[in-house]
Design a protein around this ligand. Structure first.
Ligand code: NI
Ligand code: MN
Length: 228
């Protein structure tokens, strides 16, 4: 059964997997790329890559209203526990089975400070392997690293990579990442939200086609991609 991947701008994604609503970094309030508000959406699970406001986003109100389980690294999970949110802590390299599939947390080279200034543990990316067998890699905020090759060895269908530069990989390193990850499809994120991370995603998509074995998937915020 195909899964549906919807981009809500920046690093915010909603996956529909076998009837489960799985969010990644649900930043909607104050996200300049969408008018969607967190009171309008359903969530069963929420994956959070790190504590920065543009990723933690609406996690707390969304989890509180829907009762969704938040999946993230131990330090951030413990902080969320104190906010009245149901959590499942994992850590980098570890996999846990959920009704929608398996989640492994991956390395990300970045920072992770919470809005209140406390430490959220290391940042991460996520590898989601659906019950139907599709594997989605959301890199989180990160620079390029060679170990992406090891994640590529696991077989990735869709790689979602930052291309904004300045605080994450830019377009060139995202292409190098694709050569390590070898996904079937590649989707850019974390660009055009602010002045400092403006990129030409169409030019990047053309380079994906010319320079890698992946097929670029370029969405507008609110659009979905069906992954078989
Ligand atoms: Ni960040
Ligand atoms: Mn960010």
């Amino acid at each position: 059964m195909p899964i549906q991947v919807t981009w809500w701008g920046h690093a915010t994604f909603a996956l529909q997997i076998d009837g489960y609503n799985v969010w990644i970094d649900p930043w909607l309030t104050d996200n300049p790329m969408t008018n969607l508000t967190p009171d309008k959406v359903e969530a069963d699970y929420i994956l959070v890559t790190h504590g920065h406001g543009d990723h933690l986003g609406d996690t707390i109100p969304l989890a509180q209203r829907t009762g969704a389980t938040v999946i993230t690294v131990a330090e951030l999970a413990h902080w969320l526990d104190t906010q009245g949110v149901k959590t499942q802590m994992q850590h980098i390299g570890g996999t846990v089975n959920y009704p929608f599939g398996k989640v492994k947390l991956t390395i990300a080279h970045h920072g992770s400070r919470l809005p209140d200034g406390s430490y959220a543990g290391p940042p991460c990316g996520v590898l989601v392997r659906s019950t139907g067998g599709q594997t989605v890699y959301h890199a989180g905020d990160t620079g390029l690293f060679l170990d992406m090759q090891l994640y590529g060895d696991e077989g990735i269908d869709l790689a979602i990579l930052p291309i904004g530069d300045a605080v994450t990989m830019g377009p060139d390193d995202a292409l190098r990442a694709l050569r390590l990850l070898k996904p079937r499809f590649a989707m850019p994120m974390h660009y055009n939200t602010w002045e400092g991370i403006k990129q030409d995603e169409k030019a990047w998509g053309a380079r994906v086609a010319a320079e890698t074995s992946a097929q670029a998937v370029l969405l507008q915020p609110g659009e979905s991609f069906e992954l078989d």
